[in-house]
Design a protein around this ligand. Structure first.
Ligand SMILES: N[C@@H](CCC(=O)N[C@@H](CSS)C(=O)NCC(=O)O)C(=O)O
Length: 271
């Protein structure tokens, strides 16, 4: 086990899971000044950053002091979950739950624009990053932390990140709402995925909120209790699950040949 807080500056205790930011195209010096005022780590001399997507918040401060937002998870887009602890707002760690096959991570771009930002991903992803995470590692931000649970099966490097009080779990592509990640490319393995979900996610409390990386129906959140009862794949026996997963016959993600190599180097070269 290691404590990631030992590797970041104490004044910058905040964390974001794959937050997407784009250059501000309005060219306003006021906007730039405001951006730097609220984001003190933003590099001078580069375009200011602004979130151009709508920010959703489906969970307001049930855990004291936690700032949490769910960004742009509609229409199957990747969900991003900026988490912070009052009163800090600077993004300092950008964690990818795995080496994605369907889009290119924005972590490399963000590292170029936010001074001191660290990238993090599972050691078993094979990807380069500042912090390579392992089972049991704690990612600290303010008085909160996320614990890494390795949940391979969709890929070898898939992780589920669990908030310290076990009230929230970010399951990446391991467990989806009433579904799960496919197992027919990268290091996909139905048996590993079945074991991961049953041993590492379904052992969390029923009330634990489940935030997956994707939902193709516009659903934003589930719970461990609901998925344990109603998930049409993971309520089956191992044998039935393997059979389902081996017969999904889904088309490959359109950008897989570009995305996987890019994500192995944090989305961009030289970061
Ligand atoms: N249409 C998308 C890819 C859709 C897809 O394959 N989703 C993956 C997660 S992203 S690798 C998945 O595991 N789906 C499970 C399922 O049951 O649908 C694209 O072309 O990008």
């Amino acid at each position: 086990m290691c404590s990631v807080i030992n590797r970041v500056k104490p004044a910058q205790r905040a964390l974001a899971l794959t937050l997407r930011l784009r250059p501000n195209t309005e060219g306003s010096s006021y906007a730039a000044a405001e951006s730097r005022r609220f984001c003190p780590g933003v590099s001078a001399g580069v375009d200011p950053l602004s979130a151009t997507t709508r920010w959703y918040c489906s969970r307001m401060a049930l855990t004291e002091g936690l700032l949490f937002r769910q960004v742009d998870s509609t229409q199957g887009a990747l969900a991003r979950f900026p988490c912070s602890c009052r009163p800090y707002h600077t993004v300092v760690i950008n964690v990818n739950t795995h080496c994605h096959a369907d889009h290119i991570t924005s972590t490399g771009l963000m590292k170029k624009r936010l001074l001191g930002l660290k990238s993090a991903i599972s050691k078993f992803s094979g990807a380069s990053a500042d912090i390579l995470l392992l089972e049991g590692d704690k990612i600290n931000f303010g008085k909160h932390y996320l614990t890494v649970r390795e949940t391979p099966g969709h890929t070898d490097g898939c992780m589920t990140l669990v908030l310290g009080d076990q009230s929230m779990a970010f399951t990446g592509d391991a467990l989806l709402i009433r579904g799960c990640g496919r197992t027919d490319f990268q290091q996909g393995c139905p048996k590993k995925l079945f074991d991961s979900v049953h041993q590492k996610i379904f052992t969390l409390p029923d009330r634990c909120l489940v935030y997956p990386a994707h939902d193709y129906l516009g659903q934003t959140v589930s719970t461990v209790g609901e998925e344990r009862k109603f998930n049409p794949r993971l309520t089956k026996s191992l044998e039935e699950f393997v059979n389902i997963m081996n017969n999904l016959n889904l088309p490959k993600p359109k950008k897989i040949d570009i995305s996987v190599p890019a994500n192995l180097v944090c989305g961009v070269h030289e970061v």
